[in-house]
Design a protein around this ligand. Sequence first.
Ligand code: SAH
Length: 459
Amino acid sequence: MDYLPIFANVRNKLCLVVGGGQVATRKAGVLLDAGAKVRVVAPEIDPELVKQKGVEPVVARFEAVHLEGVTLIIAATNDRSVNKQVSELAQARNIPVNVVDDPELCSFIMPAILDRSPLMIAFSSGGASPVLTRLMRGKLETLIPQNYSRLAAFAERFREMVKTRVTNPAKRRIFWENALEGVVAEKVLTGDEGSAEAMLQQMLQSEDNIQRGEVYLVGAGPGDPDLLTFRALRLMQKADVVVYDALVSKPIVEMTRRDAERIYVGKKRNDHTLQQEEINDLLVRLAKEGKRVLRLKGGDPFIFGRGGEEIETLAAENIPFQVVPGITAASGVASYAGIPLTHRDYAQSCMFVTGHLKDGTMNLDWAALARPKQTVVVYMGLHGLDTLCSELVRHGMPDTTPIAIVQQGTTQNQRVFTGTLATLPAIAEREKPQAPTLIIVGGVVTLREKLAWFHPQNS
Ligand code: SAH
């Protein structure tokens, strides 16, 4: 270890920033955030900085006298000899000093920070690689969302109460681990502190009720793992059991916690590994065993995903759950295929419909679908493609209307087949697109030629 990491209390203490430019302004900002008073010394000082509350501007060249009464110093001038002078004078007086980007002159270094106050994460590569530090920061940002502030504040609020109620320190630690990893934490993170508090109280009442199961109904997006939300990723790494179906891409399933149990519940056409009711019951059973269950679904759980039915069962059984939206196929696939779903000249509205055949027929409002100046996106429509095209034409859509089939959109295997209502069925017959496929109908499809070139995934 090259440095001792500590958190300094500078509230109401006088700190010195030497320099008046952008870097100095940024450093002064951090000190002000931590409640310090900041003396800024420079021949010229950024007027924005002068205006800030808590700043004592001294328009002058740096001199030893400016060190008087100072607890901590940051030198941020672009003149190394001045920085060196500040450093030497400070160190002679045992005042901690940091010189920006010059570790040799520092008695302490400033870490990168992730501020989730009261939770504060500070880290540093000790000057070895600032870029690596920045990349790390990006990773931590995704793992520790903004609302952890709320969670830390919540824990602080109940700390004393829990201490008096759970007196055994070992038990208290387990209590907090359960609260901060489980349902209570999820309630706080989604902004429902009322329920969180009620659950915390319940946990305090009965010591066995410590671990409660819950279900996360999470949209995994259309395939590319980059399209996951931060929350999806966080819950994927937290869940004890993962229940996923055919639409969830393999790389995404592999991003779930390593030691989590993975249960495949299928649902390809005509091969229903588990019936919907069985899936609903499975979720209930697992949650009742006290597990954190991740129900991972392709796209968005509430768009042709039967997510509504799954949470109805959970609600009826009083099992806590949360729903995390995902990028639905229409939006993810269309953008990767270079097809805007709306466009001033071609479509002022967009409809999402399911082409799933019931008793061999497609039960859709054809007149509404055939209206001009709109885009129609058909999920689960490949098997009804012939019907789709002929019915649209029968209801007044020109048979020259552009239409596209996108196979396995956003993945490595994405392919786009385009034609018209008259020609596409034959093209599909010949090319045999692989599931899942999405159909997009409307003038916007022609924009693909103009827009698609920039996307590497396009065939
Ligand atoms: N809840 C999902 C849709 C489930 S229905 C969502 O919001 O996206 C399943 C249908 O979605 C598939 O038959 C197909 O039409 C479409 N689909 C899902 N992912 C797709 C992908 N990567 N490429 C093309 N179509 C996709």
